[in-house]
Design a protein around this ligand. Structure first.
Ligand code: HEC
Length: 141
């Protein structure tokens, strides 16, 4: 093995390790943030896209009674700006399903979520945009 090769191999290993550390610390930051949110700290409100801003209104009308203003949760329902509802764990289909069919209580002790009448799929799409943009602003991806 040449000396030059050893140096390149060493640099490559460092880059891989550094990337891994970066990803870990990023995820960790998300968890810390979510923990902070559940401790009642205020949600950071991002500048919403037009679509998400419409979703915010729809959410206030149809979901906030249980999920709370800015989706921080109430006595009737969980916060959606929470690490549990990041895209990797509750992807967008889980939102369409929740609204159309309701949800059996499984993560919390709030009981079941009923199906929500009068909210179209297109409207759920806007609500999802609102939730995802707000999640990202709070370190939840
Ligand atoms: C009557 C109260 C209530 C209303 C209104 C309500 N939810 Fe829920 N929702 C709940 C509860 C309770 C849960 C938690 C169930 C559990 O324990 O996992 C939940 C869970 C969810 C979940 C997680 C689904 C899963 O697969 O775990 C999503 C997404 C959701 N709600 C979206 C919405 C949206 C969007 C609206 C408005 C269109 C809405 N909810 C309105 C009570 C409500």
């Amino acid at each position: 093995m040449t000396r030059k090769f050893q140096i390149y191999a060493g640099l490559a290993a460092l880059a891989v390790a550094g990337g891994g550390l970066y990803i870990l610390s990023d995820r960790h930051a998300g968890h810390e943030m979510a923990k902070r949110l559940t401790d009642g700290a205020p949600v950071i409100l991002p500048q919403l896209t037009a679509n998400a801003a419409e979703g915010q209104g729809l959410f206030a009308e149809n979901c906030a009674v249980c999920h709370g203003k800015n989706a921080v949760g109430t006595e009737q329902g969980p916060p959606l700006i929470h690490i549990i509802y990041e895209t990797g764990h509750h992807g967008d289909p889980s939102f369409y399903r929740a609204v159309a069919q309701g949800v059996r209580g499984h993560h919390w002790r709030f009981g079941d979520m009923p199906a929500i009448d009068g909210v179209s799929e297109a409207e759920v799409g806007k609500i999802i945009a609102y939730i995802r943009e707000t999640q990202r602003a709070n370190g939840i991806n």
